[in-house]
Ligand binder design. Structure first.
Ligand SMILES: [Zn+2]
Length: 312
């Protein structure tokens, strides 16, 4: 007959196996869903019915006034070329070199997309980008395992961009479901097009409606993330921002216009703080936050302007 001590020792061995097996001891895999919604004013998000963005804010931290120009440098125009360059590289325009939508002067060789920085540190990391503004795919995105543009023709209608955005989202959802990305970027373009066509303002129904459609696309990507077979073993950070606001039917030359200068920033997930940012945040903080969640500590020689914001 076994002694009590022997039984206890057998039980402890079993417990050890159960709780210390490699699968249960593993850290959750850190992953990022990075969503950019072009030309989106936060006061219009507040006006719109946006249950998915609202849920991200409840489960994270946000700023209704994320500045699109830095304290240090503000000579670039307040438009998409410089904006998305800052959002994807973590540096201001004097470094990435993009001052307008011509992309002349671009210096992504020295200041690359954050995918390149991620791969520099973690060569096996998987990255994917789905956009509906061609210059991003053509000029900015590097080190992506998947790099797809869905904009068929420049300056299409709101309906055209709704179709492109839906196709980009379909592709992102498929990729999230079937592949295993560590960092995935989705760009939604129709809100900016609605602003240029009808006006950037919370009182403009077409602008608000475009934000509501964008929110549904955000919801579809979030559902895909939550539907992953391995979701329970993963730690997803969701970051959402925009490249500029707007006033009237435009946003160029908005250096002194708060409605244009202020974007928003949402950092959401288990790793994010809760509430609203006390400190001023900037577009360039978004990619550095993403890198921090993915375990990448910026090197000094990268000369990043942003800093990680909103993580616990
Ligand atoms: Zn625009």
């Amino acid at each position: 007959m076994k002694t009590v001590a022997q039984l206890l020792s057998a039980l402890c061995a079993l417990c050890f196996l159960l709780f210390h097996s490699p699968a249960s001891a593993a850290e959750p895999a850190k992953k990022v869903l990075y969503i950019g919604i072009d030309g989106t004013r936060f006061d219009a998000i507040e006006k719109a019915a946006t249950p998915n963005l609202d849920a991200l804010m409840v489960n994270g931290i946000h700023s209704p006034a994320c500045l699109i120009l830095g304290e240090r440098y503000q000579k670039n125009d307040t438009i998409s070329g410089p904006g998305w360059s800052s959002i994807l590289t973590g540096v201001w325009a004097d470094k990435h070199g993009v001052h307008d939508n011509s992309f002349t002067g671009r210096n992504y060789a020295d200041f690359p997309h954050f995918f390149a920085r991620l791969k520099e540190v973690r060569p096996n990391a998987k990255t994917a980008s789905f956009v509906t503004w061609k210059p991003i795919a053509e000029y900015i995105t590097s080190a992506a395992d998947v790099n797809q543009n869905f904009e068929e023709k420049e300056k299409g209608s709101v309906a055209d961009y709704d179709r492109y955005d839906t196709q980009a989202t379909d592709a992102a959802v498929k990729h999230i479901t079937e592949a295993n990305p560590d960092a995935l970027f989705l760009y939604i373009g129709q809100v900016d097009v609605a602003g240029h066509t009808h006006g950037f303002h919370p009182a403009v129904p077409e602008y608000v409606a475009a934000i509501e459609r964008a929110d549904k696309l955000v919801g579809r990507t979030l559902a895909a993330v939550k539907g992953r077979k391995t979701f329970a073993e993963e730690d997803w950070l969701v970051v959402v921002t925009s490249d500029h606001g707007g006033q009237g039917k435009g946003h160029g030359g908005g250096h002194k216009t708060p409605e244009i200068l202020n974007s928003f920033l949402i950092v959401s997930g288990a790793a994010a703080k809760r509430g609203t940012f006390d400190e001023q945040v900037y577009l360039v903080d978004a990619p550095v936050t993403v890198l921090a969640h993915l375990g990448v500590k910026p090197k000094d020689e990268w000369k990043l302007d942003g800093r990680a914001a909103g993580l616990k």
